[in-house]
Design a protein around this ligand. Structure first.
Ligand code: AQP
Length: 340
């Protein structure tokens, strides 16, 4: 079987965007791939995190994975900092990736903002650590939201440069013509990019100061209902065809969310609700969102009451991840020319 790797940062409220863009797909891929799902706590500290809060968030992301339907016995669920190979391979990649490549990363520019001199070095080197996460498991496929596409391209560039720079050494160690795969991103579905409920031009994000901008996985039915009711829309009724959503980002976003939750195409949603008032559509969206997310949020809360159980899952996952990671890292050390 081919291998999937993906990660989620334990940096705050997990939201509908994380669910539809990432976690829901993680669940679906379990049938056809060997999956490694990681709570990327080392990525989280590229921006300062309160230590007690970080611990809680690591457990919460783990709980979300399991509540959504990831099976930690069949696949691997762990937190990044427990497998030291991520940091070790990231260092090698710091020496493979070029400054010019990283200078082009738009997420760094967005997250560092105007005060770039004050951003952490870790935030800048983040994509190299992400490449290490993926390539440590020589993953062939990575399900991510649209916002991670550029980082995935960088991962492929790093893999290719490593394979080229060390080609003769890879061959000399009997490891074939190239060592790292050129990983394919799996970006897709009707909700690869879920937008803020307050602004159709911004992605739904954990760090948005307005809680009304996102639906958190742990929101109760009342909160979901009130956020969807307050979601920004325009005065026109819904169109009957997808063409009519052009230039109406808020309407398009809500239709996309409905489609993704229902497992339908946007066209189908418009066939059902087109021509009607937003209030009717929003009421149906509330019912659907509560039906789909309610059980996940409930199960997350139940799991969060048993932190020792979550920690045991992470320890077990880390032990199994380490077996794969150590093998890759051993080869990398040989290829690079380290004595061991
Ligand atoms: N709005 C979104 N729509 C679709 N997918 C999304 N993802 C995030 N936001 C959306 C996907 O969720 C996965 C985990 O994200 P992450 O926590 O590792 O990083 P992120 O993209 O930085 O998440 P946030 O929520 O937007 O956090 P902040 O506010 O800190 O930037 C990834 O696969 C991501 O694509």
């Amino acid at each position: 079987k081919q291998r999937v790797f993906s990660g989620v940062q334990p940096t705050g409220n997990l939201h509908l965007g994380n669910y539809l863009g990432a976690i829901k797909r993680f669940v679906e891929l379990q049938d056809s791939f060997d999956c490694v799902y990681c709570v990327v706590d080392m990525h989280a500290i590229t921006v300062w995190q309160d230590p007690a809060e970080l611990k809680k968030q690591i457990r919460e992301v783990t709980a979300a994975f399991i509540a959504a339907g990831i099976d930690p016995a069949k696949h691997i669920v762990f937190n990044q900092s427990q497998v030291s190979g991520h940091a070790e391979l990231a260092w090698v990649f710091n020496c493979v990736a070029r400054l010019g490549w990283l200078n082009r990363m738009t997420q760094f520019k967005e997250k560092a903002g105007k005060d770039r001199e004050n951003a952490s070095v870790g935030l800048y080197a983040y994509p190299n650590l992400m490449a290490a996460d993926i390539l440590l498991y020589r993953a062939t496929h990575v399900p991510v939201g649209e916002d991670q596409k550029q980082h995935l391209e960088l991962t492929r560039d790093i893999a290719q440069k490593f394979n080229n720079d060390f080609g003769p050494s890879i061959a000399a160690h009997g490891l074939g013509e190239s060592f790292f795969p050129l990983t394919e991103p799996l970006i897709g579905g009707p909700a690869a990019r879920v937008m803020s409920l307050r602004d159709g031009a911004k992605k739904m994000s954990k760090s948005d100061p307005s809680d009304l901008s996102r639906i958190n996985l742990t929101d109760d039915a009342d909160a979901v209902a009130s956020k969807i009711r307050k979601a920004k829309t325009d005065p026109e009724p819904l169109p009957s065809e997808a063409e009519g959503l052009k230039g109406r980002p808020e309407a398009e976003n809500l239709v996309g969310i409905y489609a993704a939750l229902a497992g339908n195409a946007k066209e189908q949603v418009l066939a059902d609700f087109g021509g009607g008032q937003f209030s009717t559509f929003k009421a149906a969206l509330v019912d659907l969102a509560v039906a789909k997310l309610g059980p996940i949020g409930g199960e997350m809360k139940r799991l969060m009451d048993e932190p020792a159980h979550i920690d045991a899952i992470l320890r077990d996952g880390a032990a199994r991840a380490r077996v794969i990671a150590d093998e890759t890292l051993g080869h990398v050390k040989d290829i690079v020319g380290f004595v061991r």
